[in-house]
Design a protein around this ligand. Structure first.
Ligand code: HEM
Length: 478
């Protein structure tokens, strides 16, 4: 066993137990990966700390300068995440930029970037507003028949409508349409009731060495087949239409032409499908869950809702309505969202693998090739040294103009550096539009039986609420 790995190197570490190292609770689904990493972070003041997952030594990086070195300055030595690649069992899922390894990762990422330019955001704006409006109508309808509303389900629908329209130019009406295929797919994508799929997605991170034995896949077969067919159908239609819509399908048409992809079942065609899926998977759960966290926190802060409402009224009185240009004037709303994401980062830990021998700056410690490092996003966000009274919802923390300087690498909800989230702006705009429209129209409170602390699902790697989030809405006009 590797038990003495950290001791031999003079690195402070947590003593592992047999077999599972320090991660027994995660293997047994008693704690999520994020919760466990947070617990380890909270138990130390060291700039870095060793621990073990099974037999594998992992280094938790806590010092802000070291974090910055790994994620930004010395990124070239830490390009990849820790998950394995298992193309044999899932040729498309592992091509998505989140799971892809360098050098292919750069290609997968670059192809998505044109989706997030200002002009693209601007052209999506009105449809995003329309989708938010349809959610408002759905809430009104539900209010007639039901007292409390489960908000995550609604946010899934509005997020799907926004992203499918923005990325693929397909108009979906998930609130009105029964049996929408996209909503059907969301139910399988992160379906933790399918135990094998749940196990694979969690163990992919914590036991990459079992990739062949456990036949790791990121995507269920049904999801892959759905998106493969969708990609090819959209491509053929777009080529026949011969129009440009400035979306992901235009990007695919260009790649298809330049690489002469004619075979729907080729590796090149799989890459095109992986882009379509990456746009969906990257945005769907992250945005919908984070917005549900936002409504949950706002439901406990009636005063914050009032301030958001006042801000909206001010902008609407001045300009008639909310536009792409004046959205940035909703500063208090933005602070609320930043604060929610500090409290509840959807990806509560970051992970990287050292791809060549590396001396941790300012220390004697040499990391070998293949060494895995973790960073606790939620630990940093809850550290009272950086965020006094860290459990308090306090949007004023983000009043400072120079936020980057103030928070440095303590605010990692979207990551930092070349591998940070490319969809940050898209996510912020969607969340602002959805939240603004709800708070403008309704006062939101926690439902009677809704606990005021979030219970996080220990399965998977994203922070997902257990058992739904129930809110009570009342019309602001009445
Ligand atoms: C609230 C919403 C979102 C949050 C909090 C979020 C957060 C993150 C985080 C923490 C990472 C990893 C960063 C790192 O390792 O340094 C990431 C990666 C990624 N996100 Fe997001 N994300 C959100 C929405 C989106 C959206 C809307 C898209 C649009 C497609 C997206 C696409 C991606 C992709 C493709 C990656 C992989 C990037 C790479 O490895 O190069 N995300 N996101």
């Amino acid at each position: 066993r590797n038990n003495h790995f950290w001791k031999k190197r003079g690195v402070p570490y947590i003593k592992p137990t047999i077999i599972f190292g320090n991660f027994l609770d995660v293997f047994l689904w008693r704690k999520s990966i994020g919760q466990k990493v947070l617990e380890i972070y909270k138990g130390t003041l060291e700039p870095y700390l060793g621990f073990f997952i099974l037999d594998e030594p992992i280094l938790l990086i806590n010092d802000l300068d070291l974090i910055e070195s790994i994620l930004v300055k010395d990124f070239n030595q830490f390009r990849d995440r820790t998950t394995p690649k298992n193309e044999e069992f899932d040729p498309i899922g592992f091509k998505m930029s989140f799971f892809e390894k360098s050098p292919m990762w750069i290609t997968a990422r670059r192809r998505l970037l044109p989706l997030f330019t200002s002009s693209k955001m601007k052209s999506n704006f009105e449809q995003m507003k329309n989708s938010a409006k349809r959610m408002e109508l759905a809430i009104r309808k539900s209010m007639e028949t039901r007292g409390d509303i489960e908000i995550k389900e609604m946010l899934n629908k509005v997020t799907v409508d926004i992203l499918v329209n923005s990325f693929y130019s397909i108009e979906t009406h998930s609130f009105e349409e029964k049996g929408s295929p996209f909503i059907g797919i969301t139910k399988i994508l992160f379906n933790w009731k399918a135990i094998w799929h749940a196990l694979q997605i969690t163990y992919l991170f914590i036991a990459p060495q079992f990739k062949r034995l456990l036949r790791y896949k990121v995507l269920d077969q049904e999801v892959t087949e759905f998106f493969k067919k969708l990609t090819w159908d959209l491509l053929i239609n777009r080529e026949e239409e011969n129009v440009k819509r400035g979306d992901l399908i235009d990007i695919l048409v260009d790649i298809k032409k330049s690489q002469n992809v004619t075979d729907e079942y080729s590796r090149e065609a799989d890459f095109l499908s992986s882009l379509v899926i990456a746009a969906f998977v990257g945005s769907y759960e992250t945005t919908s869950t984070t917005t549900s966290f936002a409504l949950f926190e706002l439901a406990k802060n009636i005063e914050a809702q009032k301030l958001i409402r006042e801000e909206i009224t001010k902008v609407e009185t001045k300009s008639g309505n909310i536009t792409y240009e004046n959205l940035k004037e909703l500063k208090y709303l933005e602070r609320c969202l930043l604060e929610v994401m500090r409290l509840h980062p959807i990806l509560p830990f970051l992970d990287r693998t050292c791809n060549e021998i590396y001396q941790l700056p300012g220390t004697e410690l040499i990391l070998e090739k293949g060494q895995k490092v973790y960073i606790s996003v939620s630990g940093l966000g809850h550290n009272p040294k950086y965020y006094p009274d860290p459990s308090k919802f306090d949007p004023s923390r983000f009043e400072n103009k120079n936020l980057k300087e103030k928070f440095k690498s303590t605010y990692l909800t979207f990551g930092i550096g070349p591998r940070a989230c490319p969809g940050k702006r898209f996510a912020l705009i969607s969340m602002k539009i959805i939240t603004a429209n709800i708070i403008k129209n309704f006062e939101v409170k926690l439902a009677k039986n809704q606990s005021d602390t979030l219970k996080i699902n220990p399965i998977g790697f994203l922070a997902q609420p257990m058992g739904g989030l129930f809110l009570k809405f009342s019309d602001i006009q009445q």
